[in-house]
Design a binder for this molecule. Structure first.
Ligand code: OGA
Ligand code: MN
Length: 296
């Protein structure tokens, strides 16, 4: 059976059918999935039954795998894991210790690990247990966010960078070893261009990390706040979003270079367990006149 691709919204996202991730996939199939991914930014593959080695093997077909991030739980510690490439995202507590990161709280719009100099290119998130309600994950299209910006704002941001806060986790908690930010001009974290050239598609994306503690060096705090609010409003406009309601056995893969995501909270008395891999990424750059490179 061939690979099928069904777009899931006008904004982004497509469902891939006709693949069994538990089986070895040939290069042509991987290329078809890759092409759909570059076009739709986020892919959903339903009804999969895979174990960690199979998730790692599938993920590794799309690039070099990253180790699981340190500090995946608020105390910077996670339970011992069998596979270094697997990050557990879960609210489940075993023997008094969370088995994974993010808990059950809402996680606001973000790019994964953008406070790093080389944020991950992508993540694959596979669901093992999901709550009856809540815990939906939304994605927004950062190419489109750039394209709909007013021309004067496009021109204004093309030479600007923003600082991507390193102090907060995706769930909004203070990261182990950091002081709360009281002055955004001193926010610790990587400085990245606000416009980003996608290294595979050559397209321009708006590149934002998280809103809290963000700052645009060179501007007054007031100017920076106003400009950031405008950019964030474009990125997270309802028509720029697709929301996924999970079922067990779903694999969702997002391109962290051109899509942001957020997650709804859910009742802590229910269990949610996801296993995640991530791919290494490039140092973000903006090359205004760059021609689209050939496919990776
Ligand atoms: C992540 C993340 C969202 C979710 O793994 O980086 O934000 O739905 N997960 O668990
Ligand atoms: Mn995330």
């Amino acid at each position: 059976m061939g690979v099928t691709v069904h777009p899931l919204s006008d904004a982004l996202g497509a469902e891939i059918g006709g693949v069994d991730l538990g089986e070895p996939l040939d290069d042509g199939t991987i290329q078809e999935i890759h092409d759909a991914w570059m076009e739709h930014l986020v892919l959903l593959i339903r009804d999969q039954t895979i174990d960690d080695p199979q998730l790692v093997a599938f993920s590794g077909r799309f690039g070099e795998l990253d180790g699981a991030p340190i500090g995946a739980t608020p105390d910077g510690k996670v339970s011992a894991r069998e596979y270094n490439e697997i990050t557990v995202i879960s609210n489940v507590v075993e023997n008094g210790r969370p088995i994974g990161g993010l808990g059950n709280a809402e996680s606001d719009w973000h790019t994964d690990m953008s406070s790093y100099e080389k944020p991950p290119a992508a993540s694959m998130l596979y669901s093992l247990e999901i709550p009856p309600t809540g815990g939906d994950t939304s994605f927004c299209n950062m190419y489109r966010a750039y394209e709909v910006l007013p021309e004067d704002i496009k021109a204004r941001v093309q030479d600007l960078k923003a600082v991507h806060d390193a102090t907060l986790t995706s769930a909004g908690g203070l990261r182990h070893g950091f002081e709360p930010v009281t002055d955004v001009t001193k926010t610790p974290g990587a400085h990245h261009p606000i416009l980003r050239t996608h290294p595979v598609t050559g397209r321009t994306a708006l590149f934002l990390g998280r809103r809290t503690n963000a700052y645009i060096p060179g501007l007054s705090v007031k100017e920076s706040e106003e400009l950031l609010d405008t950019l964030w409003a474009c990125a997270t406009a309802p028509e720029n979003i697709w929301t996924h309601t999970w079922k067990v056995g779903d694999l969702v893969m997002w391109d962290n270079r051109c899509a942001m995501h957020r997650r709804d909270e859910f009742d802590h008395s229910s269990r949610r367990i996801m296993h995640r891999t991530q791919l290494k990424g490039n140092h973000p750059y903006y090359a205004a006149a760059e021609a689209a490179p050939t496919a990776a």
